[in-house]
Write a protein that binds this ligand. Sequence first.
Ligand code: ARG
Length: 456
Amino acid sequence: MALWDGRFSGGPGDDMVAFSQSLDTDLRMWREDVEGSRAHVTMLGEVGLLTDAEVATLVEGLSQVEAELGDGRFVPTAAHEDIHMAVEARLTEIVGDVGAKLHTARSRNDQVATDVRLWLRSRLDALAFALTELLEALVVRVEADGGVLIPGFTHLQRGQPILLGHHLLAHAWSVARDLDRVRDARRRMNRCPLGSGAMAGTPHPIDRHRTSELLRFDAPIDNAMDAVAARDHLQEAAGVCAIAMTHLSRQSEELVLWSTEEFGLVRLSETYSTGSSIMPQKRNPDAPELVRGKTGRVAGAVTSLLVMVKGLPLAYNRDLQEDRQALFDALETTTQSARIMAGCWRELTVRSERYEEALKGHFLLATELADFLVTQGVPFRDAHHVSGSIVGHCEARGTNFASLTLEDFVGFHSAFTEEVFEWLDLRAAAERRTSFGGTASVEIARQVTALRKMLA
Ligand code: ARG
């Protein structure tokens, strides 16, 4: 018999019970459900809606339900429909008649909303922690290998010589923004719906500010209908996760690519690789591949949550029961992925000898030639053209800049001087880029200091 069966003479069919239950998803919120009920009971006692004795009995009973759920003595079933009814039903078995007073001045609608916010708040904190670990891992990698000279890519073609630290910091800043977004989302969602009832509030003299305080929310939600109908905090949290996952996915793609034999720029630790069941030589980059793959699922969660709510009339509709699968999956997947990526970066080997290979004999200094001419007063667009002709000249002869004499250079433009040879140094080219945010090591050091400050 369900707790809501008063007006029914029969009951739902077995297929409907199975279809209707949300227990397999919301069982994960059992701690939050007990915590919310405890705060509610405490407040009901303080405003005189329950006697001290009733409060004591209910609070003690809730602790027992909590203990039984914790050690598996109480296992809710689909017949309970959801975690809220499971907790109330078991509590009533334990404490008897007074259990029937627990639901005074609340509804499952505000209870669901409260439980989800409590769950989300703690999981956003866990995600923030994982992203902090990832950021830390990236900064440590910059400190360890940041000075290695690498090709900077655009269109996946080698473009200009940069320091590895510059590239890694670009990833680090995106993670820092994800962290910031998580904190923003947490701040906005940390409001208490409890005591809103079905949507209209309650005639009983409850104190919503008190429950809000007991549950460590910043304030109660102003409008009882908004409190039970709003799901934008779920959409926002999933959106934050989806964006973070795209960042993790871009890191993953580079680790996959860079660890191939063809690129050979990094070696992924064994901890985050797996072998092949048929090809004995394989060491596959499964960790980053899985992160890249899971990114699609998290993006899907955002779509689910947006489409679910679009067109829903206020206030609660049963459709909203479908919100948690997407939310839980998004948060858990993103947190797990951030942790895995942190491990990948922490244990990565940078094959600096291979970078030298990747840099040699290439035209990575073509921009540098143009920039040199600019220092001699040549307009950049003209300088760019001259440098391009030099590349074409070398390419046609199968040589590179190193084979050119001063006469050759002057043949292309009279502004070339002996000094040009100082500009044909890869590391010097990187170190010359001292503009704010440039690849020079002074700029890398400045960014590391800024990120370290953020981490502290
Ligand atoms: N299991 C439901 C959910 O998760 C609980 C709320 C039910 N409310 C209702 N009016 N039927 O959304």
